[in-house]
Ligand binder design. Structure first.
Ligand SMILES: [Zn+2]
Length: 421
């Protein structure tokens, strides 16, 4: 006899967990090596990590919401115990070993790579990085907080905030599939430090751990700096960033070329483009190689809501890169340049708005770092499960957010209201 349809819907989270155990050995390998600095731990670190992974998969958004489900039969079956208190989960995250979590993320990457789920783009592996502000507050601060002065009316107030630089791997899509994007790592920005310095620390660690995972790093205009480009060149990697007028000499020289050379006609998605592509420019001598400037002037039309007429829209993109033209054509360089937005659309927006990854679950620098790494782990495993394991008829016409509601229902359905916590 087949299970009733409702039961089927209430097993997505169990299937996700079974998948994570079967494919990644989640309990035995991914999280088994993560410890914390408690002297006499009563609750295993693994139980805390699993509870927080469930918090992200079900998108509950707060430790108090998780605590309300602590006695669900779902957790008794999975953890062999109830979820511990919100305070304990926060406290253990403040003492947790972030490097162990990073190795867990690495294990998920290794397994997917071995399973050929992370193809490159015609021989080029791509990663994108960017800084992201996770929260700000006038009231609460910790040792890891950055500070800035906000002028309002006649008063100056000190605002505290946290920023991280995050690196997202952008594999190509397998035939018939969406690509599986993996958030590999993040690095907290330290007080008094600029974002590029944080990014260099992050990239150094990521290249050390994942030497062959990517060949090209995409970033926004802030990263069009000689130290960033030279660092990547020294490690055998390429850079591609947006070019703005901060690199005045280079941009002026390129602008002279744009004016004097007829563009190539091209297209990107549904846009008509005019492309200019100038390799071997010497106008940025601080970078240890000649650079290439690519411009794409793009026109497309949008339908006006008022009268349904088409309005033409133009956007003008200029990128600077170390990618040689014989390796990457203009068309591919333009497509790579646009992929820089993937970290906004598929990374920060989804993690902050969908997964509540920006929420401060415990205001402590180590806890913030570890909660975010567990969010990355949960995100990567969920996306692999969604793309590689879930049947197309289950995915069809259903959003990931809808599936997270089903998973939340699965946890909540196991609550016995007669039991008083
Ligand atoms: Zn803080």
């Amino acid at each position: 006899m087949e299970a009733p349809a409702g039961k089927e819907a209430l097993s997505i989270l169990r299937r996700l967990i079974a998948y994570s155990e079967k494919v990644f050995q989640f309990s035995r390998t991914v999280i088994a090596g993560v410890g914390d600095r408690r002297l006499e731990p009563r609750i295993p670190t693994a139980v805390i990590i699993k509870s927080v992974a469930a918090l992200f998969w079900t998108r509950m958004g707060s430790l108090n919401a998780l605590e309300l489900t602590a006695h669900s039969s779902f957790f008794r079956l999975w953890l062999r115990q109830s979820v511990c208190s919100a305070d304990s989960i926060g406290r253990v995250n403040a003492l947790m070993d972030a490097e162990g979590l990073r190795q867990g993320i690495h294990h998920v990457y290794d397994r997917l790579k071995r399973n050929k789920a992370l193809p490159d783009h015609g021989g080029i592996g791509i990663a994108v990085l960017d800084g992201h502000e996770s929260h700000s507050s006038y009231l609460q601060h910790c040792a890891g907080c950055l500070e800035r002065t906000i002028h309002t009316g006649n008063t100056d107030r000190t605002q505290f905030y946290h920023r991280q630089v995050t690196l997202l791997l952008l594999p190509a899509a397998r035939p018939g599939c969406e690509p599986i994007r993996l958030v590999l790592d993040h690095e907290p920005q330290r007080p008094g430090e600029d974002e590029v310095a944080t990014a260099l620390r992050l990239v150094e660690r990521v290249i050390g751990s994942y030497p062959r995972a990517f060949d090209l790093v995409l970033a926004d205009a802030l990263y069009a700096t000689a130290p960033f480009f030279n660092f990547l060149l020294a490690h055998g990697k390429h850079a591609l960033t947006v070019l703005k007028d901060d690199r005045r000499n280079l941009l002026q020289d390129a602008a002279g070329l744009f004016a004097g050379v007829a563009p190539l006609a091209g297209s990107f998605r549904n846009r008509q483009c005019s492309w200019w592509d100038f390799p071997d420019l010497l106008s940025w001598p601080q970078v240890n190689t000649p650079v290439r400037v690519v411009r794409s002037l793009e026109t497309h039309s949008v339908k006006r809501q008022l009268d349904g007429k088409e309005d033409p829209l133009t956007s003008d993109w200029i990128w600077v890169t170390t990618l040689p033209i014989h390796l990457v054509s203009t068309r591919r360089a333009v497509a790579f340049g646009h992929q820089r937005w993937d970290i906004e659309n598929h990374g920060f927006n989804e993690l902050a708005n969908g997964w509540h990854a920006d929420h401060i679950y415990r205001h402590d620098p180590n806890a913030i770092e570890c909660f975010l790494l567990i969010a990355f782990l949960a995100y990567n495993i969920f996306h692999a499960f969604y793309t590689l394991n879930l049947k197309p008829e289950i995915r069809k016409n259903r959003t990931m957010a809808f599936l997270s509601m089903l998973m939340s229902a699965e946890v909540h359905a196991g609550i016995d209201l007669a039991f008083s916590p």
